[in-house]
Design a protein around this ligand. Structure first.
Ligand code: UDP
Length: 483
C-alpha cells in the first residue's frame, strides 16, 4: 500500500512563507537552509514579498537548492516596511498568496506541506481547505505566544482588556491558569493588551492569530526545550505537535561547512557596516555594550537624546546601531542637525562610542569585546544574545517584547528589564549595573543557557531531534492528507 502511494504521489514539496519583515525572513531562510541540508529529496520553495527579492537579489545563488518566487505586498517602494503599513501589507500579501495557492498544487511543483508564518493564518486556513497540511512557524517569542493563546482571549472576553484607566500595571495578573509558572504583571502582557480600541485592525489581526493558531498540523518554534520547558508543556496542551528546533541561527551554523558561513549568515535587508568589527577588535574584552533596537522600532528625538546622555554618562564603551529612518520625524542623513546633541556628548561619543546604520549583529554579539546588549527584546535578538552568553539590558517597545523582557529579567535572570522607562539617569545606572555591578552572577547564568543552547542543536540534542522529526513528518503529512 505504502509503495503504491509512493509511486502515485509526487515527491514531498514544501512551501515556506514568511512575513515580509527582517526577523521572520531571517528565521525562515535559516529553516529553509536547514531543510535543504538535512533532506535530500525534499523540494523547497520560498515565497517572499517582491521588495525582499529586490533587496536580496543574491538569494537564488546563495541557496541553489531552494526555489524562490515572489508576490507584491501592496506597497510600491523598496524600503523595509514601517509598522504603520503593517496591517495593509499583511492583508494584501495574504490575498495575493491565497489566489496563487491552487497553482502551487499543480504538478510538477505540487506543494505537499505549507510552512507559514503564524501571523498569516488566513493563508493557513485556505491551504487546509485545499487539502494542504499546514505547519505554523511563529517567529515571535514563545512566551508571548503562550500568553497570547492562554490569557489574552480570556482577558478580552471577560472585559479586563482594554485595561481600566488608573489600574496599577505593576500588579500581578492573577487567577489566570498558567501564571503559576511565572509572575506576569499587567505591564508584561503582549502589547495589544495596552490597547484602548479593540476594533483597531492590528488588535483584530493579533486576536485572529490567537484564535486560529492552534488549528494546524504542527507548530515550529524558534526555541529549545531547556529554555522554556514549563511553558512549552502548557503550550502543548493547545498545540500538541510542537517542533522546538532553535536557536535556529545556531542550528543552521552548526550544520553548514565552515567555509560557507559567510554565504548563509547575511540575510540583512540593510547593508551591513563591517567597520564596527574592526573597531571592536581594538576594544578590551567584555568592555563594550552593544545597542540595537532591531528592524522595526523607531525612537523619538527625546528618546535618542536620553540614550545618548545615559550611555555617555555611564562611562562604558558602546556600539550603537541607528537604522536609517529609525528616528521619528528625522530624515536619513539629517540626524546630527535634528538631534542637536550637545558638543560634550558628541565628543565623548567619538572617544568611546561607535555608531553604525546596520551591523552584522550575530558576529557583533559573538565578539569578545562585547559584554552586554542594550536591546528592544525582539525574539531573534534575545536568542542571538542567549547563544553568545551576553547579558541584556531590555528596553522593550511592543509586540512580544514586553513579555520577553520579563522572562529575561525575572525568569532566566540574565539581564535587567527596563520597560516603560526612558530616562538618562536610569539608563546610566542600569548600563553600569549590567556591565559592572551584577556582572558575575548574571554572566554565569547567561553562560549556562548558552551551553544548553549549544547542546540542544548538537547531534541527538532536543532541537536536532525536533528538526529531524519535522522532516520525517513533512513526508508523512503528504501521505496522510492527500491520499
Ligand atoms: N539585526 C542585524 N543588524 C542590526 C540590527 C539587527 O542583523 O544592526 C538583525 C538581528 O540579528 C535580528 C533581526 O535583525 O536577527 C531583528 O530581529 P528581532 O526579532 O530581534 O527584532 P525585530 O526587528 O523583529 O523587532
Amino acid at each position: 500500500m505504502a509503495e503504491q502511494l509512493q509511486a502515485r504521489e509526487p515527491s514531498p514539496s514544501v512551501l515556506l512563507l514568511p512575513l515580509p519583515l527582517q526577523g521572520p525572513i531571517n528565521a525562515f531562510l535559516k529553516l529553509a537552509h536547514l531543510l535543504s541540508l538535512c533532506s535530500e529529496n525534499l523540494k523547497i520553495t520560498f515565497v517572499n514579498a517582491e521588495f525582499v527579492h529586490r533587496r536580496l537579489p543574491d538569494l537564488p545563488s546563495r541557496f541553489p537548492g531552494i526555489r524562490f518566487c515572489d508576490f507584491p505586498d501592496g506597497i510600491s517602494d523598496d524600503e523595509p516596511r514601517p509598522p504603520a503599513k503593517f496591517c495593509g501589507m499583511v492583508a494584501m500579501f495574504e490575498a495575493e498568496v491565497i489566489s496563487a495557492l491552487p497553482k502551487f498544487m499543480e504538478s510538477p511543483t505540487s506543494v505537499t506541506c505549507l510552512i507559514v508564518d503564524g501571523v498569516l493564518t488566513a493563508v493557513g486556513k485556505k491551504a487546509q481547505e485545499l487539502g494542504i497540511p499546514v505547519v505554523y512557524f511563529s517567529t515571535l517569542g514563545p512566551c508571548c505566544i503562550w500568553a497570547s493563546c492562554f490569557f489574552v482571549p480570556k482577558l478580552v472576553d471577560s472585559g479586563q482588556i482594554p485595561i481600566s484607566k488608573g489600574k496599577d500595571l505593576k500588579e500581578s495578573v492573577s487567577n489566570i491558569p498558567g501564571t503559576e509558572t511565572t509572575t506576569l504583571r499587567w505591564c508584561d502582557l503582549p502589547s495589544i493588551c495596552r490597547t484602548d480600541d479593540l476594533t483597531h485592525p492590528y488588535v483584530q489581526l493579533v486576536l485572529r492569530e490567537c484564535r486560529d493558531l492552534p488549528n494546524a498540523q504542527g507548530h515550529i518554534l524558534n526555541t529549545f526545550d531547556d529554555l522554556e520547558q514549563p511553558l512549552l508543556t502548557e503550550l502543548r496542551s493547545l498545540c500538541p505537535n510542537l517542533y522546538t528546533i532553535g536557536p535556529i541561527h545556531l542550528h543552521s551554523r552548526t550544520k553548514q561547512q565552515p567555509e560557507a558561513e559567510q554565504l548563509v549568515s547575511s540575510n540583512s535587508l540593510w547593508e551591513e557596516d563591517r567597520s564596527c568589527i574592526a573597531w571592536l577588535d581594538d576594544q578590551p574584552s567584555k568592555s563594550v555594550i552593544f545597542v540595537s533596537f532591531g528592524s522595526i522600532v523607531s525612537l523619538t528625538i527625546d528618546q535618542v537624546l536620553e540614550f545618548s546622555f545615559g550611555l555617555v554618562n555611564s562611562g562604558i564603551r558602546f556600539l550603537w546601531v541607528r537604522r536609517p529612518g529609525s528616528i521619528v520625524g528625522v530624515e536619513d542623513g539629517c540626524e546630527e542637525s535634528s538631534l542637536q546633541v550637545p558638543a560634550e556628548i558628541l565628543k565623548a561619543t567619538q572617544e568611546r562610542g561607535f555608531i553604525v546604520k546596520w551591523a552584522p549583529q550575530e558576529e557583533v554579539l559573538a565578539h569578545s569585546a562585547i559584554g552586554g546588549f542594550l536591546t528592544h527584546s525582539g525574539w531573534n535578538s534575545t536568542l542571538e544574545s542567549i547563544v553568545e552568553g551576553v547579558p541584556m539590558l531590555c528596553w522593550p517597545n511592543g509586540i512580544d517584547q514586553l513579555v520577553i523582557s520579563r522572562f529575561v529579567g525575572d525568569v532566566w535572570k540574565i539581564g535587567i528589564d527596563m520597560k516603560d522607562v526612558c530616562d538618562r539617569v536610569v539608563i546610566e545606572n542600569q548600563v553600569r549595573d549590567l556591565m559592572e555591578g551584577h556582572r558575575e552572577a548574571v554572566s554565569q547564568r547567561a553562560n549556562r543557557l548558552s551551553k544548553l543552547a549549544a547542546q540542544a542543536v548538537r547531534e541527538e540534542g532536543s532541537s536536532w531531534q525536533a528538526l529531524h522529526r519535522l522532516i520525517e513528518d513533512i513526508k508523512f503529512m503528504r501521505l496522510s492528507c492527500r491520499q
